[in-house]
Ligand binder design. Structure first.
Ligand SMILES: [Zn+2]
Length: 374
């Protein structure tokens, strides 16, 4: 209220003691002239005489380019009134090479700035006397062509990289790795492996050659394979394998056989040895098996006719079996014996595959040495 009635305090002081206003005006900006400015954008467009995107074959692109160069050469010669080169129908290797170099340089236009910045150091690139960026490397002393020693660097995004990869792939339709390796005989395409993968994946011939064929629908599992709550070896499959040479005396050798028992549910394995081919010996084997593992409810085995294509010894042995004797023995023990259907060895595939594993294990443990008395 005091200030309202009497004014600000500094007015009561002498004028020299009044506070000084230090506000300054930036005269530079204040007096700046405002003019209309005009911006002009200049786009430098170079029109290429041939559009490579319109070609789907590398060979055709190179040949067309070579013919265009030849036509330009003829026009130039006419203008200069020089002698016109002979009009040969077929293209010369030099003309084709010139066309290839032209497209290589066209593709490398986008790489020039990156090359000057020092990218691709791992490839040790250099500029050759024709102005093409080539890959260096440590194979200077290799006895091969200059182009395969120093392939030209190409960006994968340019259309000719795709054409070259496709051209290489279509000779024999090799896999991704081979396509990449063959491409690198002349051109080093950045991310060429990925490009080769794309080409291979899109190739119609490769897709039709490598398509998956329809397979037979597998039948349901037999009930004996699907009894998880039964004891081990309740459902058992058995098979013979061998023979193995065994030393039985000072200078005498005999053939012994391996017998494999496998549980159809747990795939547990029990191995026994049969010293000869008789039915009696097999019954001994069975007794030993029952004594250790208990009596199974069902045993599945091959039958005589099953061994038509098998080893002679095994075939003779099984044909010597008395099926009735076996069945009688098992019936007494309350064991059901089942022979698989003739001509269907896959029905006992469970045992067959484990025979293979057992044989490999025995071979690794013993090798080619003759076994002693087992
Ligand atoms: Zn292919």
């Amino acid at each position: 209220m005091d200030e309202w009635m009497c004014g600000p305090n500094f007015l009561h002081l002498n004028e020299q003691e009044w506070p000084v206003d230090k506000a300054t005006i930036d005269q530079k900006h204040e007096n700046l002239e405002r003019r209309k400015t005009q911006t002009v954008l200049v786009i430098n467009m170079t029109v290429t005489p041939i559009e490579c995107e319109r070609f789907s074959k590398w060979r055709k692109l190179v040949r067309v380019t070579a013919y265009v160069f030849r036509y330009v050469q003829i026009l130039k010669s006419k203008l200069m009134k020089a002698s016109i080169p002979e009009d040969d129908v077929t293209l010369t290797p030099a003309e084709l090479e010139k066309a290839e170099h032209y497209w290589t340089k066209e593709a490398q236009k986008g790489l020039k700035s990156r090359f000057e910045k020092g990218e691709f150091k791992t490839l040790t690139p250099f500029l050759d006397n024709k102005g093409i960026i080539r890959v260096g490397g440590r194979v200077e002393n290799l006895v091969t062509s200059y182009e395969s020693k120093h392939p030209a660097l190409l960006p994968a995004s340019h259309h000719i990289a795709l054409l070259i990869t496709r051209h290489v792939h279509e000779i024999g339709h090799p896999g991704v790795e081979t396509t990449t390796a063959k491409t690198r005989r002349k051109f080093w395409i950045l991310q060429g492996h990925r490009l080769a993968k794309t080409v291979k994946h899109r190739c119609v011939k490769c897709r039709s050659a490598e398509c998956k064929r329809e397979t037979q629908k597998m039948a349901d599992w037999p009930s004996s394979r699907l009894a998880p709550h039964t004891p081990p070896f309740y459902y058992t499959s058995c098979d013979y394998f061998g023979p193995f040479q065994v030393k039985v005396g000072r200078n005498k050798r005999a053939k012994h056989y391996g017998v494999i028992f496998t549980c159809l549910n747990t795939r547990a394995v029990h191995l026994e040895i049969a010293t000869d081919c008789s039915t009696m010996e097999f019954l001994h084997v069975l007794r030993r098996f029952f004594a250790v593992r208990g009596q199974p409810a069902q045993i599945l085995s091959d039958n005589g006719t099953q061994f038509v294509g098998a080893q002679r010894e095994l075939r003779e042995m099984i044909s010597g079996w008395s099926e009735d004797e076996l069945k009688d023995f098992c019936a007494e023990k309350r064991v059901q014996w089942k022979f698989i259907t003739p001509g269907a060895p896959h029905q006992n595939g469970c045992a067959e595959s484990l025979v293979k594993s057992a044989k490999i294990a025995i071979k690794k443990a013993i090798g080619f040495s003759v076994y002693g008395r087992l």
